[in-house]
Design a protein around this ligand. Structure first.
Ligand code: ADP
Ligand code: MG
Length: 699
C-alpha cells in the first residue's frame, strides 16, 4: 500500500475528526485504503435525464429534471398526502408523499429546478411518482448524480449523523479524484492479458463510479477474480509448502492386519468407489509426502470402513492412528463400529472424550506413549497438548465441517513427522465451498452407495394428515420395522422446543400404547446414561419408536429402522434434513422419510421440502443449500475467515472461482516460490495480505 492510501481517514477532504470516528466505529474504515475497499452494494443508472413526455411505462426508474410547483396537502388521516408538480419543457407529472411532508416542505423550494428520480405509476391515465428522490441539479461537489450512481451500506447511526450513502459517495469521489490517487497492480501482466482483466487502478475507480454498465461489469469481474485468486494462491501455496517441508511417513507395506481384515472380517464387498478411494489413499501414504485428503461421500456411502482400512495400513507399518469426531455420541459410535469391525484382530482401541475419567485418561495417555494403544478415537479431547503418541501415522477427522484449518494443523504437529491426515465430511459440501474451505487438501469422492440400497421415498405431509401417518407407522411396525420421530430444537425458544417434544412423545405414547408398542425418547437434556439406555433399547430393537431431537442427526446406525418422521420439517436446514434422512435406508427394506410441516410455508422452506422430496443426492442438495443460505450461513463456516469476501460470492461466482484456482495452480507449477520477476507483485501482495487483520485467522 502506498503512503497516500495508508493515510488516516480523517485527513480526507470532507472527513475531519468527528466523521473519522464515525467511519471507524460504524464501518471499520481507518484509512483511505479502507474507504476505497468499502464497495457499493449496488448501482443505479442515473446517467440519463428523461423528458416527462417520454414516460411510457410503470415501474421503470426514470430521472427527470424540472421546476417544482407549490406544495399542496390534501386528504385527511391516513390518506393525507403532500403533492406537487414537476414541470419540464415537455410536460408535467405529479409527485406524491404520504410521509415526511414536513421535511420535504422545508428542504425543497418551489420554483427551483431539481433532479427527480423514481418509479412512475399510472393513475387515471396519467403518471405520478410516489416518494421520489430529489436532488439539487448541481451537487456542491460535482454532477455526481448524473452517473451510474453507487449505493453504499450505511448504518442507522451513521445516517442519523449525516453519513448516508450519498455522503459516502462524495467521500469516495474525493478520494478517487485526488491527484495523488494511485493503486499498484497486484497481478502479473500475463494474467491480465490471458484473462482479459481490467487493471487494478481502473477497476477500483470503476467499481465506485462506473463510466458505463460494461465497465462496471469488467471492474466486478476483475475484483472478484483478484479476491478468489489470492485465496486460492494462498491455499495452494500452503499445500505445496506442506508437501516440501513435511516429509511424510512412508507407509510402505500392506500387511497382515489389512489383509486378514479384507479377507475375513469385512462383512460386505467394497463398492468400486470405496476401492478407488482406498487406492488414492494408499498412493498418498506410500509417497513419502504427507497426505492431506478430503474424503467426500454422501450419508451412508461407507466412509467409516474406508477410514478404518486406511488406519490398518498404518498399523501394519507399526504406526498408531487416531480418529476425531465432532461430538461425543459420534465418537462413541465410531469406537463401537471399529471394535465390531476389527472383531478379534490383535488391535487395542481406546476412547477419549471430555468425559473420560481422570484415572482412565491418565492410563490412556501412558499407553499411547508406550505404543500399546493402536487406535485412539475421540472428540476435541484428542488435540489437547498432553495427548502424545509414540508414533502417530494417520489422523482421521470426521468433521461435519466443524473443525477449522488451525485445529487440523494442531493434529499434524503432534509428531516429529506430520501424520497423514484424512478429513471426512458428514454430508457432501458443494464443490466451490470445498475448493475454498478445503482448498489446501486433495479430494476423494465416494460417489456410489453400497449395492442393494433402495432409494428412500420422501413425502411431504401437513399436520392435518397425522391420522394417516399414524396408520402408516402401525403398518410399518407390524412388518417389524422401527421408526424415528424427530423434533427440531430451536435454541432461541428452547423451552417451547422441549414442550413440543414432550407433547409429541405423550401423543405417540397414547397412539401407540404398551404392551403392544414400546416408545423411547432421547434428547440433549437427559443424563448421559439415560440417553444411552434409551438409545440402546432402540438399537436392540426393544422399542418400536424413538422420539428424539437432532442428537441422532449423526450417530445411530440401525439398519432395521425404515421410517424417519421429521416434525416441523420447515424449521430444519437442508443439510440437516438430508443428514437425518440418512439414518434410514441402511437396510434392505424400502425406507421412508416423512416431512411434516405447518400449512403456511415460506418460499425458502417450500423449496427445501421440495428439494428433499425430489432428490436423494447429497451433492445436489448441498448446491441448493448453498444457494439458499449463502456460504456464510452454512454450519461451521462462519468462524472461518476464509469466506469473508468483499465482493466475490462463491455461490454465484463459481465459474470465476474455478478459473482463478487454475490460474493460481499454473503459476505455482511454473514458479513454486514465486521468484520470477514477473511474479514479484504476487509475493509482495501475499506478504501484505497475511498481515491484514481480516486474514489473520486462517492457517
Ligand atoms: P457414512 O459414509 O455416512 O459415514 P457409514 O460408514 O456409516 O456411512 O456406512 C453406512 C452403513 O453402510 C454402515 O452400516 C456400513 O457398515 C455399511 N456399508 C459400508 N460400506 C458398505 C458396502 N460396501 N456394502 C454394504 N454395506 C456397506
Ligand atoms: Mg459417518
Amino acid at each position: 500500500m502506498n503512503n497516500f492510501l495508508s493515510s488516516k481517514i480523517e485527513f480526507l477532504k470532507g472527513v475531519g475528526a468527528a466523521r473519522a470516528e464515525l467511519l471507524q466505529k460504524e464501518f471499520d474504515i481507518f484509512t483511505f485504503n479502507d474507504l476505497l475497499f468499502h464497495f457499493p452494494y449496488r448501482h443505479v443508472d442515473r446517467s440519463k435525464i428523461y423528458k416527462i413526455a417520454e414516460i411510457a411505462d410503470e415501474n421503470v426508474y426514470v430521472q427527470l429534471k424540472g421546476a417544482i410547483s407549490k406544495f399542496k396537502t390534501i386528504g385527511i388521516g391516513k390518506a393525507q398526502r403532500l403533492i406537487t408538480e414537476l414541470k419540464d419543457e415537455s410536460g408535467t407529472i405529479e409527485l406524491i408523499w404520504f410521509q415526511g411532508a414536513k421535511w420535504i416542505k422545508e428542504s425543497i423550494k418551489p420554483g427551483k429546478e431539481y433532479l427527480v428520480f423514481g418509479k412512475p405509476s399510472e393513475f387515471n391515465k396519467s403518471y405520478n411518482i410516489v416518494h421520489p428522490t430529489i436532488d439539487e441539479t448541481i451537487d456542491a461537489q460535482g454532477k455526481l448524480y448524473l452517473h451510474i450512481m453507487p449505493f453504499y451500506n450505511a448504518s442507522e447511526k451513521a445516517k442519523k449523523r449525516g453519513l448516508d450513502t450519498k455522503a459516502i459517495m462524495r467521500l469516495s469521489n474525493a478520494l478517487i479524484n485526488d491527484s495523488r490517487f494511485f493503486i499498484e497492480e497486484n497481478l502479473p501482466e500475463s494474467l491480465l492479458k490471458e484473462y482479459k482483466l481490467l487493471n487494478r487502478n481502473d477497476a477500483l475507480k470503476q467499481i465506485h463510479f462506473p463510466t458505463n454498465k460494461q465497465k462496471l461489469n469488467e471492474a466486478e469481474q476483475r475484483l472478484k477474480f483478484e479476491e478468489l485468486f489470492f485465496t486460492q494462491l494462498r491455499l495452494l501455496k500452503y499445500k505445496m509448502k506442506r508437501h516440501t517441508i513435511f516429509n511424510g511417513i512412508k507407509i510402505e507395506k500392506i500387511g497382515e492386519l489389512f489383509n486378514v481384515f479384507y479377507k475375513d472380517k469385512l462383512p460386505f464387498e467394497l463398492t468400486s468407489a470405496q476401492k478407488r478411494v482406498l487406492k488414492e489413499i494408499r498412493v498418498d501414504m506410500k509417497s513419502g509426502k504427507q497426505m492431506n485428503r478430503l474424503l467426500q461421500g454422501d450419508v451412508g456411502s461407507g466412509k467409516t470402513v474406508v477410514a478404518l482400512m486406511s488406519i490398518l495400513m498404518a498399523l501394519d507399518n507399526n504406526y498408531q492412528a487416531c480418529m476425531m469426531a465432532p461430538t461425543e455420541i459420534l465418537a462413541k459410535q465410531h469406537y463401537n463400529t471399529v471394535l465390531k469391525l476389527i472383531n478379534d484382530l490383535p488391535i487395542r482401541v481406546a476412547l477419549l472424550t471430555g468425559n473420560t475419567k481422570k484415572k482412565d485418561r491418565n492410563e490412556i495417555l501412558k499407553l499411547l506413549q508406550s505404543g500399546e494403544i493402536h487406535i485412539l478415537i475421540g472428540t476435541h479431547a484428542l488435540i489437547e497438548n498432553d495427548v502424545e503418541f509414540q508414533n502417530l501415522g494417520i489422523a482421521i477427522i470426521d468433521e461435519q465441517h466443524r473443525f477449522g484449518v488451525e485445529q487440523r494443523s494442531k493434529l499434524w504437529s503432534k509428531n516429529k513427522f506430520a501424520p497423514h491426515v484424512l478429513v471426512m465430511t458428514a454430508t457432501p459440501i458443494p464443490r466451490t465451498l470445498a475448493m475454498t474451505l478445503y482448498g489446501d487438501l486433495d479430494t476423494s469422492v465416494i460417489d456410489e452407495l453400497p449395492k442393494g440400497r433402495k432409494p428412500i421415498q420422501t413425502i411431504h405431509k401437513y399436520d392435518s394428515n397425522r391420522l394417516a401417518i399414524n396408520g402408516f407407522i402401525r403398518d410399518q411396525i407390524s412388518k417389524g420395522r422401527q421408526i424415528y420421530v424427530v423434533y427440531p430444537l430451536i435454541e432461541e425458544s428452547e423451552t417451547m422446543s422441549y414442550k413440543n417434544l414432550n407433547d409429541g412423545y405423550d401423543n405417540i405414547c397414547i397412539e401407540f400404547p404398551a404392551p403392544k408398542y414400546f416408545v423411547s425418547m432421547v434428547h440433549g437434556k437427559m443424563k448421559a446414561n439415560e440417553k444411552e439406555d434409551s438409545m440402546k433399547l432402540f438399537v436392540k430393537g426393544s422399542t418400536n419408536i424413538l422420539v428424539a431431537t437432532t442428537v441422532i442427526e449423526v450417530g445411530v446406525d440401525v439398519p432395521n429402522a425404515s421410517v424417519m418422521i421429521i416434525e416441523s420439517a420447515e424449521k430444519f436446514g437442508l443439510s440437516q434434513l438430508h443428514q437425518l434422512r440418512g439414518r434410514v435406508g441402511r437396510g434392505a427394506d424400502q425406507s421412508y422419510c416423512v416431512l411434516m410441516t405447518d400449512f403456511k410455508l415460506s418460499s425458502d422452506a417450500r423449496l427445501r421440502i421440495k428439494t428433499m422430496c425430489n432428490s436423494n443426492d447429497g451433492f445436489e442438495i448441498s448446491e441448493v443449500d448453498l444457494k439458499l443460505r449463502g456460504p456464510g450461513e452454512l454450519e461451521g463456516t462462519i468462524q472461518s475467515g476464509i469466506l469473508n469476501m468483499r465482493i466475490a460470492d462463491i455461490t454465484k461466482d463459481q465459474q470465476i472461482l474455478a478459473i482463478a484456482r487454475v490460474a493460481a495452480q499454473n503459476i505455482l507449477n511454473n514458479d513454486p516460490e514465486l521468484k520470477n520477476a514477473e511474479n514479484g507483485v504476487l509475493n509482495n501482495y501475499l506478504l501484505n495480505f497475511q498481515k491484514g487483520k481480516k486474514w489473520g485467522s486462517i492457517s
